[in-house]
Write a protein that binds this ligand. Structure first.
Ligand code: ZN
Ligand code: ZN
Length: 360
């Protein structure tokens, strides 16, 4: 099967034939129909997410079940699935306490080698998936069955951008009706935070991004105001829009300590700052400690939008079908697998919100 292989960090991909190993008893073979190109794929090429090359990246994916292992129940050939980034084992401390997004088995399902290069060397996959390929063989617990007629391109977005972004607003921060929100960084995940805030009934949603395309798209997805951080101090501009107070909810969707500080400055006294972006492994935060006391600011982390994939994926599908969550509006460019290097270049240059790889 054809796959985009990363042979080293800080390098582009080569499209080549790799040989899948036979699926194990708990595996599901998925024929990919669509895979989104996400900033965390770029983070993986830079070594921010440690994935040993040679590797197949791609983790925001939807497809059709082609084959199942002998232990697999509840999924049959022909089912439509969205790939989950977490397994939901159902037995660990977090799964039984309603935090399946923090499942303790997450690292365990990510390490298995399921394909080889033509020369026999083993190929690793991003997050146990590896969706920049015609097929992927994955642990059954990463395959979430979906009932829908929606195009796979829209379903794929649920698996990362929508879960991470809309989930951060809906499930982690629980944005309240009538509140004010600032979103720092408006790529595919940031635009999904904006939509999640809109779904929760926020009155004012301020999209902050230096790229004009991202500010323009945000206005169609629920933002009420935009801020260009290159024009003046971001927190000052946000305070001007909120009666001098700052916002009730600030979201950082870039993954850098500098923008966490900006989000922290944008929040009002008593406000909630939620970090969504993926920082470099060595990054540290430097915040004014006295504000935690004096201003009672709250700083919370969000992993995978606190999304409970077994129930919330279908909930996102229902919201898209009802026209209340716009998945198609996130997709700005489509690519064949061969054009994946251009998809990465376009994303890094800020020319796309979500590029989508589609498979004929
Ligand atoms: Zn992603
Ligand atoms: Zn678990």
């Amino acid at each position: 099967m054809r796959a985009a292989v990363m042979h080293d960090t800080n390098q582009s991909f080569t499209i080549e034939n790799i040989q899948p190993r036979d699926p194990g008893p708990d595996d599901v073979v998925v024929r990919l129909e669509a895979t989104g190109v996400c900033h965390s794929d770029i983070s993986a090429t830079r070594g921010f997410l440690r994935i040993a090359p040679p590797a197949v990246l791609g983790h925001e994916a939807a497809g059709v079940v082609e084959d199942i292992g002998s232990n697999v129940q509840g999924i049959v050939k022909g089912d439509r699935i969205v790939a989950s980034l977490v397994p939901v084992c159902g037995n660990c401390y977090w799964c039984v306490n309603g935090q399946t997004h923090l499942c303790a088995e997450t690292d365990a399902v990510r390490g298995t080698v399921r394909a080889e290069l033509a020369d026999g060397r083993p190929v690793t996959t991003m997050l146990g998936l590896g969706a920049f390929a015609e097929y992927m063989t994955i642990d059954r617990r990463l395959a979430v069955k979906i009932e829908s007629e929606l195009p796979s391109e829209q379903l794929a977005l649920i698996g990362c951008g929508i879960a991470t972004g809309a989930g951060a607003a809906m499930f982690t921060a629980k944005v309240s009706a009538g509140s004010s929100v600032a979103v720092i960084g408006c790529g595919g995940v940031g635009q999904s935070v904006i939509q999640g805030a809109r779904l929760r009934g926020a009155a004012r949603i301020i999209a902050v991004d230096p790229i004009a395309l991202k500010r323009t798209v945000s206005l169609g997805l629920g933002a009420t105001d935009t801020v260009d951080p290159t024009l003046a101090d971001t927190a000052e501009q946000v305070r001007e829009l909120t009666g001098g107070r700052g916002v009730d909810f600030a979201f950082e969707v870039v993954g850098s300590p500098a923008t966490v500080t900006v989000a922290y400055e944008c929040a009002r006294r008593g406000g909630v700052v939620t970090t969504v972006g993926i920082p470099a492994p060595t990054a540290r935060l430097d915040l004014p400690a006295s504000d935690f006391f004096r201003a009672e600011k709250h700083l919370i982390g969000s992993y995978y939008g606190s999304t409970q994939v077994r129930s919330d994926f279908q909930r996102f599908v229902d919201l898209i079908e009802a026209g209340r969550l716009d998945a198609e509006g996130l997709i700005t460019t489509r690519y064949g697998l061969d054009a994946l290097p251009s998809a990465f270049t376009d994303l890094e240059a800020g020319h796309t919100i979500r590029g989508m790889v589609t498979f004929p």
